[in-house]
Design a protein around this ligand. Structure first.
Ligand SMILES: [Zn+2]
Length: 125
């Protein structure tokens, strides 16, 4: 009986984590838009998968430009430490928005870890 209660609670916790993750994804999408709007260039903040089993995918966000080359649209990486050109954007607002974005990403990683653990325990039940 006690076990059953614990299991139900864990399932509830997992469902709650899933919902929180969804909310966080929506927030991250909003923040990506905000970052793009702060830059004078049409910079896209993309999350990328490295293709390895690194456990930390996706990485980023990293700044890219969308450029047309030989009639095809391609992503051009701007470099990890890229910032809007001096005088164009408000550098402070930009840095703050980026810091917030990174904090949200970290929160997402924590949530994913907790969810993974909860699911593992539930599988073993
Ligand atoms: Zn990776």
């Amino acid at each position: 009986m006690e076990e059953l209660v614990a299991k139900t609670e864990l399932e509830r916790e997992a469902a709650r984590l899933e919902r929180e993750l969804q909310d966080l994804e929506a927030l991250l999408a909003e923040e990506r838009e905000r970052l793009s709007a702060l830059s004078p260039l049409p910079v896209y903040w993309r999350q990328v998968r490295c293709g390895k089993a690194c456990g930390g995918c996706p990485h980023g966000p990293y700044p890219y430009l969308k450029v047309k080359r030989e009639g095809k649209w391609r992503w051009q990486y701007l470099g990890k430490g890229w910032q809007p050109p001096e005088g164009f954007a408000r550098p402070r607002a930009f840095r703050e928005a980026l810091a917030l974005y990174h904090a949200l990403l970290k929160r997402k990683e924590e949530l994913l870890e907790r969810l993974e653990r909860a699911k593992e325990v539930l599988r073993g039940w």
